[in-house]
Design a binder for this molecule. Structure first.
Ligand SMILES: Cc1cc2nc3c(=O)[nH]c(=O)nc-3n(C[C@H](O)[C@H](O)[C@H](O)COP(=O)(O)O)c2cc1C
Length: 373
């Protein structure tokens, strides 16, 4: 799929959807404002009700959600943008207060994320950050069934008008829980000592996505070497990454989206996004193993920094997360060397509608207003 530039808007949860986890017109405005990015990856979206670890994230399993997303894709396409939807299952990063019928979160094993919080209801029904619940270990046939659930969500994403999907296999959520060689102590075909087994769930879901959308319309996000969300450090992280690079390449996956490690912290609200670029030598091996495009994300705040990363020849596109919050026209600002606006962290995840969301002007409007004033 040809893109108009090498700038990607990174997926970001913004909690502005309507009740029922339904995307709305405000979200259409927000994404439409950012359509000059080469590629927008829309926020992490629940594949099913059992995938919910954070209240106020949107879904793609119900008809009304699909219709809501159609508003978003229409607006982005009207503005000549390209948009993929990031789809996730949080696995053990959940809490019974958000799960259907109050059941336990779904786990690779029964091992709890001991030091990590999710955004759920406390004993008094109040929303806030609370420790992730103790998960129930999924049976083998439940894992296989989940592949079917993803397949349906991919079909919904296509029907909702998305140009493609990004599978969220980063940041300690379900796919990474399966891939981690320390956490995944299962003994069935989805776990244990063999890398082929620990990556089987992800690769089956990738196959389902490719069947539904076509190979050029599927991306995978990974955070190799990450320990966010209580993931144990994985001595086999590099080996797994290179195996995946080769397997994703064989399947014609459009891109691998590599994000640096989030620093260990209790939750997304307090997460520290320190710069931690992946070793260039490792990146070179990924490059050699994977024929598709590579997106690099994390800590890029300037045109010079992004261009220097592209100039290494190791990556093809640069994703920007936080800079996209306050700069809807980030692509133009980088192209022209215009200054960047700063976002207010307290509005990252709020229910305050357009405040800190759609109320950031484009630079030209800004400067013309200043002249007029
Ligand atoms: C408000 C906010 C929400 C985020 N939500 C998601 C998400 O839904 N999915 C995801 O993979 N990463 C998410 N991230 C991580 C970003 O995609 C990105 O990897 C991170 O912010 C580092 O890039 P940056 O330094 O350009 O901000 C989020 C980050 C922020 C700040």
């Amino acid at each position: 799929m040809p893109l108009k530039n090498r700038i990607v808007m990174a997926p970001m949860t913004r909690t502005r959807n309507s009740e029922g986890d339904i995307p709305n017109a405000l979200m259409a405005t927000y994404y439409g404002q950012r359509a000059s990015a080469g590629l927008i990856v829309a926020e992490a979206t629940d594949v099913s009700p059992s995938s919910k670890g954070y209240a106020l994230t949107p879904g793609i399993y119900a008809d009304v959600q699909r219709q809501g997303w159609r508003l978003v894709t229409d607006e982005v396409h009207r503005n000549k943008g390209t948009i993929f939807l990031q789809i996730w299952h949080v696995g053990r990063m959940a809490h019974s207060s958000l799960m259907p019928n109050g059941e336990a979160p779904w786990g690779v094993t029964e091992q709890r994320a001991e030091h990590s919080d999710v955004f759920a209801h406390d004993a008094d029904g109040k929303l806030g950050y609370i420790r992730a619940g103790k998960p129930r270990r999924l049976e083998t046939d439940e894992v296989s069934a989940l592949v079917g659930t993803f397949s349906l969500a991919f079909a919904h994403a296509r029907q909702a008008g998305f140009d493609g999907v990004e599978i969220h296999a980063a940041n300690g959520y379900l796919f990474e829980q399966f891939m981690n060689s320390v956490l995944n102590t299962r003994t069935d075909r989805y776990g244990g000592a063999r890398m082929e087994d620990r990556t089987r769930f992800l690769l089956e879901v990738v196959d389902a996505a490719v069947r539904e959308l076509g190979p050029g319309r599927v991306g995978v996000r990974l955070s190799p070497f990450g320990t966010f969300n209580s993931l144990p450090a994985d001595p086999q992280a590099e080996q797994t990454l290179l195996y995946l690079a080769e397997q994703l390449g064989r399947r014609g996956v459009a891109y691998m989206h590599l994000v640096y490690q989030l620093m260990p912290s209790a939750n997304m609200e307090s997460a520290e996004f320190k710069e931690h670029h992946i070793d260039h030598a490792v990146l070179a091996k990924v490059r050699a193993a994977f024929p598709g495009s590579i997106i690099w994300c994390g800590g890029f705040t300037s045109r010079e920094g992004a261009q220097a990363a592209l100039d290494t020849g190791l990556v093809d596109l640069i994703a920007f997360g936080r800079p996209y919050i306050a700069n809807p026209d980030l692509a133009e600002r980088l192209a022209h060397g215009w200054p960047l606006a700063e976002a207010d962290r307290s509005t990252y995840y709020t229910r305050r509608g357009e405040v800190g969301y759609t109320d950031f002007p484009a630079y030209r409007a800004d400067s013309l207003a200043a002249v007029a004033g």
